[in-house]
Design a protein around this ligand. Structure first.
Ligand SMILES: *C/C=C(C)/C=C/C=C(C)/C=C/C1=C(C)CCCC1(C)C
Length: 239
């Protein structure tokens, strides 16, 4: 009887892990945003902007997860468009987050613009390979990957690392956390991309692996948006 009122497409099976991660992602991003926003006032002044930006990143993601969750449920397809709109807003904000940390170690504003520029190239070419020219997904993924390596290079080998060594322990810890997130946390995404675009590419073997693009992206977002925010939060509390 009650089933008559339910649209079959809205019934989630117990083994629909994609839907599961979109639902839990929505709630986790919302909760994280509320947490960061409320904690801004409790934070030492020099860390306040960082905690606020973490709140903005998780808030923007919460809204996009809400839409992605609905899109995925109703169409059964990947919400590529919402995903990249989310990233094009939140990844530059993560660059701001990185800059706020490295600034404490003496980095210049030009670093911020280099990071933002490279991240936009990384995302536009990734979108192109996923949504527009899927036949050439390997090529566009490679271009995107080069922009990603440039970002790693800028924060890893550049002046930032040198300047960090000369700064106080909290800043040193923050810079080393940021390196780990860019090198390990961000590397989750290319794996998702390859799993999702494997058809007809040299990495076609990935189709046979139990990997799902959206689940991998959702894990990446949880690690990099909520996880990184919490690391910054806890560093802001250390003496
Ligand atoms: C909150 C969202 C974040 C931190 C998103 C980060 C996304 C990436 C680091 C994506 C990277 C990609 C490559 C390096 C190659 C393949 C295409 C992308 C866009 C998935």
């Amino acid at each position: 009887m009650s089933n008559l009122l339910l649209d079959a497409s809205m019934v989630i099976s117990n083994t629909d892990y994609v839907a599961f991660t979109f639902f839990i992602g929505t709630m986790a991003m919302m909760a994280a945003a509320v947490f960061f926003f409320f904690e801004v006032g409790n934070t030492a002044p020099e860390w306040r902007t960082s905690v606020l930006v973490s709140g903005l990143i998780t808030f923007i993601a919460a809204v996009h997860y809400y839409y992605m969750r609905g899109y995925s449920l109703e169409t059964g397809e990947s919400p590529i468009f919402f995903r990249y709109v989310d990233w094009i807003l939140t990844v530059p904000l993560m660059c701001v987050e990185f800059y706020l940390i490295t600034k404490k170690a003496g980095a210049k504003a030009s670093l911020l613009w280099k990071l933002i520029f490279a991240s936009v190239i990384m995302l536009v070419t990734g979108y192109w390979g996923e949504a527009v020219a899927r036949d050439q997904a390997a090529f566009w993924g490679l271009v995107s990957g080069l922009a990603y390596f440039y970002i790693v290079y800028e924060v890893f080998a550049g002046e930032v690392a040198k300047l960090a060594k000369a700064s106080n322990p909290a800043v040193q810890k923050a810079v080393s956390a940021l390196l780990k997130f860019v090198i390990i946390g961000w590397a989750i995404y290319p794996v998702g991309y390859m799993a999702g675009t494997a058809d007809g590419q040299w990495y076609a073997f990935m189709k046979d692996l139990p990997l799902d693009m959206d689940i991998i992206y959702n894990i990446g977002d949880a690690v990099n948006k909520i996880g990184f925010g919490l690391v910054i939060y806890s560093l802001s509390r250390s003496k």
